[in-house]
Design a protein around this ligand. Sequence first.
Ligand SMILES: *Cc1c(COP(=O)(O)O)cnc(C)c1O
Length: 387
Amino acid sequence: MIRDFLDGHGAVRCARQGSAAERVNDVADVRIREAIAGLPAYKAGRAAGSSFEGTAFKLSSNENPYPPLPGVLETAVAAAAQINRYPDFGSSELIAEIAKFVGVGPERVAVGTGSVGVLGQLMQATSGPGDEVVYAWRSFEAYPIITQVVGATAVPVPLKADETHDLDAMAAAITERTRLILVCNPNNPTGETIGRAELERFLDQVPSDVLVVLDEAYVEFVRDEDFPDSVQISLARSNVCVLRTFSKAYGLAGLRVGYAVADEPVAEALRACAVPFGINLIAQAAAVESLRSQDALMERVGQLVAERERVYAELRAMDLPGRLGVAVVPSQANFFWLRLGERSGAFAAACEAMGVTVRPYAPDGVRVTIGEQEANDRVLDVLRSGF
Ligand SMILES: *Cc1c(COP(=O)(O)O)cnc(C)c1O
């Protein structure tokens, strides 16, 4: 059966690849929008290496190394018994639970298929051809792709030498055409944060009809007291939207749930752009249960933060600036960044040889997720060896 299926599809592909004369119909290729045809593919973090003898680890996607909490897993499995039914269209229980958790009314909350899904909705709701989207670079690699999908123009603003957002340059990059500004805090892949006063000063310079998205995918890992209270900011400023996810600290990357906290008209526009029934039934149930299991989950986050601090103590003790010419910039997230430049590929290959997959962003640097202690130790060994 499967063979027949594959053979059948193989035949279709051959027919497509044949010359125009061999085709069944003699029409031109389907016209794909230029913005889509020129799109760079999203590079997902590579899977853990398979050639390594022994346990291989994946430190390339900032995932949570802990398996789901037993209670969350049970809830997900129980929900699976009802998958002959459509999920709740409005994700009402999940939205109510998120609203209660962040302390706003449910009308200010919108959910999506991961925060990348929510970001796509925000982009559709605000920006199109001719509009400009401002973000720092290097930052989250989904930003340029999502911008291009809607046909808007990306305005990337280089990070400062210390790997932080250049907010003055970002403010200066705003034009009449700017519709959306993305601020990744902490920034992926550098881990740096923007403090309260600095952020407010920046927001003061943004026209009130330009939406600012504070992407807080890693907020649960932040321990810096000066980190802004973004939900309060979104209550005070109608053009600020907070983006969060269940993929990182909550460990539900495989289920795809993210949310936005925004002024009601923005949240409404977001809902209007949603894929109908996008958040599946299992995902809704598991996310609700995760919010109710806050204490157990945040205890794990605390352990990851402690592991991050252990790794940083080792990194600082290694004299990387002296030995490799690489600064160790502080991170408030579950990863760290090394601007290894041209040596990024060599470092990633050396980690791979040790059974650990990291994320090179050649020619800039490498991002390494804080994962299992053994995995982190192997990466530290590679750095000590000079690879
Ligand atoms: C991982 C990540 C996300 C979350 O993506 P999901 O779609 O929720 O899995 C969003 N923003 C940044 C900056 C990230 O690193």
